[in-house]
Design a protein around this ligand. Structure first.
Ligand SMILES: NC(=O)c1ccc[n+]([C@@H]2O[C@H](COP(=O)([O-])OP(=O)(O)OC[C@H]3O[C@@H](n4cnc5c(N)ncnc54)[C@H](O)[C@@H]3O)[C@@H](O)[C@H]2O)c1
Length: 362
């Protein structure tokens, strides 16, 4: 059959992404880019554990694999970088990637001190590249819907807020001795801090009071391991918030957020894996999400789609998306949440409230 008419449509080139760090989170991001994010391509993977990178490359059909980050940053065919290495390398990698002219998506935290974060963001500004931080909760359908309601003023002026993270567990934490100090604040509650800041947009966190303990692994308390924490936060608009975390919820991965205000309340958090319920002689039951990549599968995919979309918009391939509320978390959000985590660490050490500005240097 002959074609009635024939057009050549020039498709814009995909955003070619280099992945740095191919462990638990990097592997999932690799799969999202390769299979679920339109207009993006997984161009290269760097990991000193070359075997880990090779396994992913084999599965996803990625041509370039290297043990050296420098190889990926020097590659002119790579437009943008996803950083999913351990947190202690993030700030230096952001600066290096920016200096190489690559747009940067970085897993949280963007750094472990504000000095290294500021140096990294100075490099981002100087290079004029895009930066996005992996605060994925913003992209979860329910958190996004809650934010939309809050932006529309449904809850009125925020008075009480809460955010919680209960990581899935078995009642013990087998690798606890290898978990870096203060992870509960720097890598877990930092998500909750961003959620609260985002929900209470326009207000600044003023003061935190954090208490923390090793209740799941009490034998590691003496060496500074913490698996349970509660933080109270006072905001500049008067709102009071509570953030809490624990590393071992036997029933699965539980993440929730709530704003109670002068006009009402908005809640987010998906308690069950699906909407299905079992009604039996024993009562009512339902499946719960067991892993972060189950609970946040869609959110992890959408945050990368947002990043790839921003790179394409920067190139002029697509129009920037419009939204009636702020979505994409950037450098200022990464810095604000890190300042809170650092103030919490200080608060635990002192056993007293700590002004966030003491840590934020503002
Ligand atoms: N957003 C979320 O919900 C979420 C969930 C889990 C982890 N994370 C974050 O992702 C990051 C990685 O965590 P993970 O659980 O995947 O860790 P992981 O230990 O499973 O993987 C880290 C990988 O980085 C590699 N690596 C080590 N040094 C490197 C370097 N200098 N350059 C490049 N790669 C290097 C390691 O070989 C390993 O393969 C952390 O910052 C963590 O906080 C985020």
């Amino acid at each position: 059959m002959a074609y009635i008419s024939q057009h050549t449509i020039a498709m814009p080139a995909p955003v070619r992404i280099g992945l740095i760090g191919s462990g638990w989170m990097g592997a999932f991001h690799a799969e999202s880019i390769a299979r679920r994010v339109p207009g993006a391509e997984l161009a290269a993977i760097a990991d000193p554990n070359i075997e880990s990178a090779q396994n992913i490359a084999l599965e996803l059909g990625t041509a370039k694999v290297t043990a050296s980050v420098d190889d990926v940053l020097a590659d002119p065919e790579v437009d943008a970088i996803i950083i999913a290495s351990p947190a202690r390398f993030h700030a230096a990698l952001i600066a290096q990637a920016a200096a190489a002219g690559k747009h940067v998506f970085c897993e949280k935290p963007a750094g472990q001190s504000l000095a290294e974060l500021d140096a990294a963001f100075a490099a981002v500004d100087e290079a004029g590249v895009l930066f996005q931080i992996g605060f994925n909760r913003r992209y979860a359908d329910d958190f996004r819907a809650a934010k939309k309601d809050l932006a529309a003023g449904i809850a009125g002026t925020p008075r009480l807020m809460r955010s919680l993270t209960r990581d899935p567990g078995t009642g013990s934490i087998p690798n606890a001795a290898r978990v870096p100090a203060w992870t509960i604040f720097l890598e877990t509650l930092i998500h909750d801090f961003d959620t609260l800041n985002w929900f209470n947009e326009g207000a600044e966190p003023v003061e935190v009071f954090a208490v923390a303990d090793a209740l799941v692994e009490p034998s590691l308390r003496e060496q500074g391991f913490l698996d349970t924490a509660v933080v109270t936060i006072r905001y500049s608009n008067g709102a009071l918030a509570v953030a809490e975390a624990n590393f071992s919820a036997l029933y699965g991965y539980d993440v929730r957020g709530e704003v109670f205000g002068s006009k009402g309340m908005v809640q987010a958090g998906r308690a069950t894996e699906t909407a299905a319920r079992r009604y039996t002689a024993e009562g009512l039951s339902a499946d719960t999400p067991r892993l972060n990549v189950e609970l946040f599968r869609q959110a992890y995919t959408d945050e990368l789609a947002d990043f790839a979309g921003a790179v394409r918009a920067r190139r002029g391939d697509v129009s920037p998306p419009s939204s009636d509320f702020t979505l994409t978390p950037g450098a200022a959000d990464a810095r604000r949440a890190l300042a809170m985590a650092l103030a919490c660490i200080e608060s635990v050490k002192r056993g007293a409230p700590v002004a966030v500005s003491e840590k934020a240097g503002v």
